[in-house]
Design a protein around this ligand. Structure first.
Ligand code: ADP
Ligand code: MG
Length: 395
């Protein structure tokens, strides 16, 4: 059983130190963990924030210098943002001298500390037990609020739970409960929309939702982004310099001729690269989305950061947010970021999706059946029924 942060738990740890794993990879994820931080503070609990950023390389690490420090991947820049959001000074810990840090935390009154990027230490991604033990020594209990990294076997996500009483934070709780609700009695037609850049991850999704004996069976896979390009390539179509992954072709061959797989009928191209789905495709995909009763979406349809290649993703957002009869889950760092950037759709402070109509500014509709997940890979793995190591570790 996963333990959540309820009243008795919070009371028990008053005056104690919480090691709170969060995900600072993306600003929208930072917003999402603020409620948990505030809840802990309100209950007189000191907090050490644990996170990672990017994938620092260890090429330059030498015997005398155990960790690599890539300034660009430092978490220091989050200190002012966090301090502003919490209306409280957040102290940054740039070294990993745990004994000294511990003394400071114990001394502090209701303090919030942010540790430097844990991936600067090789033990983090190796889920190293010794490193986890040292980390655990900093606090009295552990809370995981980093749903988006729970599919990774990292020391601050998995191994650390061996040494401390461990709980799921508010964001983790919301993710688990909302995603469970979608998968319970899901209805057909069930549509999975896959776009974005990380190719190999996404091909796995098709396999998971293809369904064999399992009930988790999608009826349509609408493809965009690099997954679509990779399918085009597998069909022997010319894709020029488009983002695609030749290595995954053998594993997608078996899906090629299946009617469940739906590929763009037109695309936008610039300098030999396919960078968005075309208008006809948006209309076609929208018809399928409209009649769906379950929709899962990860990965933008095109390079939405450039205005000329944003219309595919924008069109899909329109169709998805207007479908009020379906249970919908949309997740992924860039996918969710695209919502704020290119549409008039936004989330209000209660997490409800609101759609502003361009000419009827007074009329704002909501879609309570649409859930925005902070997870991309983690969300897809969770929905496909896989056990996520970070969540299993909380049981
Ligand atoms: P998420 O973060 O939502 O899981 P990904 O990280 O897989 O999504 O992919 C997001 C990125 O994919 C975006 O930055 C977008 O520009 C890029 N992308 C989407 N389609 C294409 C394309 N056809 N060619 C190149 N890049 C693309
Ligand atoms: Mg991404």
């Amino acid at each position: 059983m996963i333990k959540y942060l309820n009243e008795p738990v919070l009371r028990k740890y008053e005056g104690k130190i919480c090691l709170l794993r969060i995900d600072l990879n993306n600003i929208s994820r930072l917003e999402a963990v603020v409620p948990t931080i505030k809840l802990l503070l309100k209950n007189g609990i000191k907090i050490v924030l644990l996170s990672h950023r990017g994938r620092p390389s260890f090429a330059k690490a030498t015997a005398g210098k155990p960790h690599s420090v890539d300034k660009k991947l430092s978490l220091r820049s989050f200190v002012p943002i966090l301090s502003r959001k919490l209306r409280k000074r957040v102290r940054f810990v740039s070294n990993f001298r745990f004994a000294i840090i511990k003394k400071e935390i114990v001394k502090s009154e209701n303090g919030v500390f942010l540790l430097e990027n844990l991936r600067f230490l090789p033990g983090e991604e190796k889920n190293d037990i010794k490193f986890a033990r040292r980390l655990a020594g900093l606090g009295d209990f552990y809370v995981n609020d980093a749903f988006a990294v729970s599919h990774r076997k990292n020391a601050s996500v998995v191994a650390i739970t061996k040494f401390l009483p461990s709980y799921a934070g508010l964001l983790m709780e919301k993710e688990i409960k909302s995603l469970d609700a979608v998968m319970k009695n899901f209805k057909h037609p069930f549509t999975v929309i896959i776009g974005g850049a990380k190719i190999s991850d996404k091909i796995g999704i098709i396999k998971h939702f293809w369904g064999s004996a399992s009930r988790r069976k999608a009826d349509y896979f609408l493809l965009g982004g690099s997954p679509a390009n990779t399918f085009f390539m597998a069909q022997g179509l010319p894709v020029g310099d488009s983002l695609a992954d030749r290595k995954t072709i053998p594993s997608i061959k078996k899906y090629l001729k299946n009617r469940k797989i739906i590929l763009p009928s037109d695309v936008k191209i610039k300098r030999r690269r396919i960078l968005d789905i075309g208008e006809r495709t948006v209309l076609w995909y929208s018809t399928i989305i409209r009649k769906s009763r379950t929709v899962i979406w990860n990965g933008p349809m095109g390079m939405f950061e450039k205005k000329e290649f944003a219309s595919g993703t924008k069109g899909i957002w329109q169709a998805v947010s207007k479908n009020k009869r379906a249970k919908i889950v949309v997740g992924g760092g860039e996918t969710v970021a695209s919502l704020a950037r290119i549409t008039r759709i936004h989330t209000d402070k209660n997490g409800l999706i609101r759609i502003k109509h361009p000419h009827k500014s007074a009329k704002i509709s909501t879609n309570p059946r649409l859930f925005l997940s902070t997870g991309g890979g983690a969300m897809l793995e969770y929905l496909s029924g896989k056990k996520l190591p970070g969540i299993e570790a909380l049981k």
